[in-house]
Design a protein around this ligand. Structure first.
Ligand code: TXE
Length: 480
């Protein structure tokens, strides 16, 4: 049984507690590894190491730090297939998806910020002949990065890459549900030339390790991605400590399908935006709003495509969906399907656990599920399910569509399907979302601001937004 280790001060080690937690493979439900059951004592060691390493890492300069991050991206790319297999085994997602999306994006995250830091601008403001102001953007020092289980290495690196590029040292906590690829990456840090203490990875439970990072007075900034409830708990602890916070939380994203859309392109993309990664992407479109004039045509065509999706062995290239990430999560999603039926929803396809042949019969699989007939205000249409479940709702006009789309506590992403250019501008600007895709989904330019509003989060990641989050801006005013 492989035992994953923490990375602290450049060395791999078990938790101080000497205790271990089980790691499960969602495809079979079996335990395949163990991770350290760390706590505040391990976090304290990591913070001390990071503090010691920070001056040297900053002094390395942008070029020096860029070289280390570029090397790390090359090493992950060199071992892409091994990382993809590990990600698929740990998360339950199809191997094909891990190969095509998760790991290439982790490589891109390091590569992007390794070069972005070289062009990270500062500003100057000349006050005629009185004074000149320049903005000094210095690294914060030691920062905390806490990430979720749905896109494990993709989101883990999305945080630590800009933090490191900006000159900070990091105390990072991957999800205890999917620790494997963060651990595999920690094995490459020395080869990448990363000095000890620059990146520290502490494995373990959120309420122990994540909470200790959040509460530690030596970590003045926290970047978190995960559930809205956990985000609120982190904010409750960090706010009175005046910590800088970046919170990327949940979503209940609408897909608005107008009658004039390119139907075939919309249909193919909407199947993807509904069920990619078993619907476990906070950017997935879980509420599909369709103009009444094409509602029946959409319903028939969409349900036919969804029924043809294969739920199967994540290693099988023919599988469109793999397993959901944990037994608890499977039960949560199935409970939401039961709730939808209680609320009067009609299940048009899916709606149940899928039991595969041995050795996968104990794995956590759910059939892609489409539900209609629910009111927009019911819990099923208001709460984040975060699984392979979408609802269909008709609308009669643009104003009603926007009102329905905006009527949830969340505001992360939205998709608009229309050929009408003026409508696309009107609707995109009226939607309460941090990201709006028009006639596409999941096209991502890493320079763009990424994040949500309302209960979907605080702050933005990506591009200069991330580099500004991980630096402190100081205005220096010099008399001429
Ligand atoms: O979240 P959790 P999950 C959302 C997604 C879904 C959820 C799934 O919509 O709702 O996140 O991720 C640690 N103090 N997004 O269930 O439980 C925990 O150990 C500090 C949105 O994992 O919040 C894990 O490492 N840390 C996002 C991490 O927090 C704590 C994209 C997340 O765990 C903690 C991905 C605590 N008290 C998922 N409790 C987006 N907007 O991009 C737990 N943790």
């Amino acid at each position: 049984m492989e035992r994953l280790q923490n990375l602290i001060d450049g060395t791999l080690r078990p938790a101080q507690s000497g205790r271990w937690l089980d790691v499960h493979a969602p495809a079979t439900g079996e335990v395949f590894a163990q991770l350290p059951d760390s706590d505040e004592h391990d976090v304290e060691l990591a913070v001390q190491a990071a503090k010691r390493a920070a001056p040297g890492w900053n002094a390395l300069g942008r070029e020096g730090r860029s070289k280390v991050l570029l090397k790390l991206s090359e090493l992950i790319e060199r071992d892409l297939d091994e990382f993809a297999r590990a990600e698929s085994r740990d998360n339950g997602k199809p191997l094909s998806l891990a190969r095509k999306v998760d790991i290439p994006r982790a490589v891109a995250n390091f590569r992007f910020f390794a070069t972005a830091i070289l062009h990270f601008p500062s500003e100057a403001h000349l006050m005629d002949d009185v004074a000149v102001n320049w903005t000094d953007r210095q690294p914060i020092g030691v920062v905390g990065c806490i990430s979720p289980w749905n896109l494990p290495l993709y989101l883990f690196t999305w945080k630590i890459a800009p933090a490191l590029a900006a000159g900070n040292c990091v105390v990072a906590k991957p999800s205890e549900v999917t620790p494997l690829t963060a651990y595999r990456m920690s094995l490459l840090c020395e080869e990448a030339g990363m000095p000890p203490g620059v990146l520290n990875i502490i494995h373990g439970l959120g309420p122990k390790v994540g909470a200790a990072i959040t509460a530690h007075s030596g970590i003045p900034a926290i970047s978190f991605t995960g559930g809205t409830r956990t985000g609120a708990e982190i904010a409750r602890v960090a706010a009175p400590m005046f910590k800088k916070l970046s919170l990327e939380l949940g979503g209940k994203n609408p897909v608005l399908v107008f009658a004039d859309c390119d139907f075939e392109e919309m249909l193919a993309t909407t199947v993807r935006s509904s069920f990619t990664n078993q619907g476990q992407i906070c950017l997935c479109g879980s509420r599909i709003l369709i103009h009444r004039s094409i509602y029946d045509r959409f319903k028939e065509a969409f349900v036919e495509r969804v029924k043809a999706l294969r739920v199967g062995d994540p290693d099988d290239p023919a599988s469109d969906l793999g397993a959901v990430v944990s037994k608890d999560h499977m039960e949560k999603v199935l409970a939401y399907i039961a709730l939808a039926k209680e609320e009067g929803g009609r299940v048009l396809c899916g709606g149940e656990r899928v039991v595969l042949e041995a050795p996968l019969k104990d794995g956590w699989y759910i059939a892609p599920t489409v539900i209609e007939g629910l009111d927009g205000r019911c819990r099923t249409n208001q709460e984040e399910i975060f699984g392979p479940v979408v609802t269909l709702q008709p609308f009669d006009d643009e104003e009603q569509a926007v009102a329905m789309a905006n009527h949830t506590p969340y505001g992360l992403a939205a998709v608009v399907w229309t050929r009408d250019l003026k409508r696309s501008h009107r609707v995109a600007r009226a939607l309460q979302a941090g990201i709006v895709w028009v006639n596409c989904w999941m096209i991502r330019d890493l320079r763009t601001p990424f994040g949500g509003m309302k209960q979907s989060g605080v702050g933005r990641e990506g591009g200069v937004d991330a580099l500004r989050f991980f630096t402190e801006a100081k205005n220096v005013c010099i008399k001429l």
